[in-house]
Design a protein around this ligand. Structure first.
Ligand SMILES: N[C@@H](CCC(=O)N[C@@H](CS)C(=O)NCC(=O)O)C(=O)O
Length: 222
């Protein structure tokens, strides 16, 4: 196995894209240090963060002398660097399916509900809290409906692709956290809920939870 020293994840406790990478690092058993940027206060928009992470988005992973951006690219890097346990299936067709399910969350749900999108709705488009929540739930439901029906025929479980968690759970579990935060009704998604329940007992998922991060507030946040 490669050296695991000096792995630093630039993160924010509530960033779901950072949460994906925390899960992947945990599943791979790669120790890391968190460098926290207070996104709600706009720290990720400051030049000192841009100097490190040119996209100005969280997460960024410092590893092997590299600075990696984009959570899915980071997870694929980790997969190639530390192949065990695999987060992608060995079979090419299954790999394509796994990536498609992960991207359904990361490319179809999350970008529409990102902090800067919600800020724009509240700001220049003058949406109120109820309208923003409605927007959030709408896109979350659209994505979860597609995901639920894509997952339903596969009964092997308990995870999306079978006996082990994969890149799909790295993306799905943080999105479920967000959905619960915005009170998206989840009863229509039994397969998604079953996958979430299977992940709950695993240490890597527990350690990656937002509330367990060093920058998580000790009292209940808004
Ligand atoms: N596609 C990117 C998304 C990264 C991203 O948008 N991260 C959010 C936090 S979850 C962020 O930095 N948002 C900043 C903003 O919206 O201002 C990835 O997967 O890493």
């Amino acid at each position: 196995m490669s050296s695991v020293s000096s792995v630093r994840l630039h993160s924010y406790w509530r960033s779901s894209a950072a949460y994906r990478v925390r899960i992947a690092l945990g599943l791979k058993g790669i120790a890391f240090e968190s460098v926290c940027w207070h996104m709600a206060n706009g720290e990720h928009l400051q030049q000192r963060y841009r100097d490190l992470a040119s996209f100005g988005l969280v997460p960024m992973l410092e590893i092997d002398g590299l600075r990696l951006q984009q959570s899915l690219a980071i997870i694929e890097y980790l997969e190639e660097r530390n192949p065990a346990p695999p987060l992608l299936p060995g079979d090419r067709a299954q790999r394509a399916r796994a990536r498609a399910l992960a991207q359904l969350v990361a490319c179809e749900i999350h970008p529409l509900n990102n902090l800067r999108v919600l800020k724009r709705l509240r700001g220049s488009l003058r949406a109120d809290d109820a309208q923003v929540a409605d927007w959030y739930r709408h896109w979350c439901n659209e994505g979860f409906q597609a995901l639920e029906s894509a997952l339903a025929p596969f009964e092997a479980g308990p995870f999306a692709l079978g006996a082990q968690p994969s890149i799909v759970e790295c993306c799905l579990i943080p999105q479920i956290y967000n959905a619960r935060r915005y009170e998206v009704p989840m009863a229509a998604y039994p397969r998604i809920l079953a996958i979430a329940a299977a992940c709950e007992s695993l240490a890597a998922f527990d350690a990656a939870r937002p509330e367990r991060q060093p920058d998580a507030p000790t009292s209940s946040p808004s």
